[in-house]
Design a protein around this ligand. Sequence first.
Ligand SMILES: [Ca+2]
Ligand SMILES: [Ca+2]
Length: 65
Amino acid sequence: MRAKASVAFASSKQKSVPTSDADGDGGISLQEFQAAHERIFNAMDGNKDSKLTLEEMQAFIHGTR
Ligand SMILES: [Ca+2]
Ligand SMILES: [Ca+2]
């Protein structure tokens, strides 16, 4: 039997980890940290009312929206 060529899992579906290091200096400053959290917050805030409801958080976690 032949060894199968290793199949790399296509990572197209994989979401990139939100990188907080905006200026790429290898560290996370408070500003970058806050900005990252703001991005996540905004991504979760489905109806953009600047409030997260349990439904919105659950929808985000389950990838429905
Ligand atoms: Ca940085
Ligand atoms: Ca909301």
